[in-house]
Design a protein around this ligand. Sequence first.
Ligand SMILES: *[C@@H]1O[C@H](CO)[C@@H](O)[C@H](O)[C@H]1NC(C)=O
Ligand SMILES: *[C@@H]1O[C@H](CO)[C@@H](O)[C@H](O)[C@H]1NC(C)=O
Ligand SMILES: *[C@@H]1O[C@H](CO)[C@@H](O)[C@H](O)[C@H]1NC(C)=O
Ligand SMILES: *[C@@H]1O[C@H](CO)[C@@H](O)[C@H](O)[C@H]1NC(C)=O
Ligand SMILES: *[C@@H]1O[C@H](CO)[C@@H](O)[C@H](O)[C@H]1NC(C)=O
Ligand SMILES: *[C@@H]1O[C@H](CO)[C@@H](O)[C@H](O)[C@H]1NC(C)=O
Length: 271
Amino acid sequence: MGTWIPFLLMLLLTWASLPPSSSDLDDEACLSNLKASLEDPTNSLKNWTKTTFLNACSGFTSYLQGATCNNGRIYKLSLSNLSLRGSISPYLSNCTNLQALDLSSNSLSGPIPPELQSLLNLAVLNLSSNRLTGPIPPQLVDCAYLNVIDLHDNQLTGPIPQQLGLLVRLSAFDVSNNRLSGPIPTSLGNRTGTLPRLNATSFDGNKDLYGYPLAPSKNRGLSVMAIVGIGLGSGLLSLVLSFTAVCIWLRVTEQGMAGEEGKISQLMPDY
Ligand SMILES: *[C@@H]1O[C@H](CO)[C@@H](O)[C@H](O)[C@H]1NC(C)=O
Ligand SMILES: *[C@@H]1O[C@H](CO)[C@@H](O)[C@H](O)[C@H]1NC(C)=O
Ligand SMILES: *[C@@H]1O[C@H](CO)[C@@H](O)[C@H](O)[C@H]1NC(C)=O
Ligand SMILES: *[C@@H]1O[C@H](CO)[C@@H](O)[C@H](O)[C@H]1NC(C)=O
Ligand SMILES: *[C@@H]1O[C@H](CO)[C@@H](O)[C@H](O)[C@H]1NC(C)=O
Ligand SMILES: *[C@@H]1O[C@H](CO)[C@@H](O)[C@H](O)[C@H]1NC(C)=O
């Protein structure tokens, strides 16, 4: 029996001196880079300090404001309505167990990092009501579990990526009130089968976005009319111009002929 004690002690010591798992280091890289990219004028993230990042989670307990933990890993980040500024760090991709990311209702600017594609467990992405610019990254299609994409009230530009139609778990999708342009992919605008359908409220408030389920825009109708009008008008004008030109040419040649006739008659001897 006595011979077991040193062995057990050694086992205990080895276990205790094991370095933190690489997962914790990933979360630490994620959190410290996120903190560095954010400006926090109201000091809402008081305990987002270097020492907290390494041990942000213990099992299901979180020691970090706005973070929820699951098995020692960051599982949810909810930093909504905290007057945060700055940008979204691409290192968020290091929080590889992240299931929900909510940075809504702040004043965040800059792009949505395409690196979020490595968050393979991400189900909820809510970046609504910020000042985000640039495109919606098509790479988000890699987050196959996404069921909420809420990007409304930002300044996003470019088209809605066709690929997002492949996200079959998507039940909430809101890109209203941005500066998106181009056609709404049919795979999102007119989903078929059992996929939850999206209505116009998902797409409203983007001046240059068009297609079903948005109502045909009056402006677009007018501009088509204007094009037809300009076409018809310029056609008519060129017709009138060429007619006038032909008339003038005819007159000139008539006068020329008359003149020639006059010369000829002058040359003719008088009888
Ligand atoms: C974080 O992510 C980057 C890029 O994806 C990767 O190279 C790095 O190994 C990850 N982990 C840490 C701790 O930086
Ligand atoms: C950080 O703040 C949260 C919420 O305010 C709290 O639950 C947590 O215990 C704090 N952590 C530390 C290390 O002070
Ligand atoms: C956002 O925060 C402000 C002040 O901190 C508060 O008055 C307001 O009710 C909050 N809004 C929401 C939607 O939680
Ligand atoms: C995203 O967050 C806002 C609050 O900031 C909330 O009103 C909205 O419902 C959320 N979106 C979804 C799809 O839950
Ligand atoms: C939507 O899809 C259905 C079935 O594929 C099709 O019949 C319908 O014409 C489509 N509607 C629009 C506006 O594209
Ligand atoms: C559009 O869809 C949203 C969410 O799915 C729903 O709350 C809303 O009532 C729908 N609007 C219309 C006009 O059908």
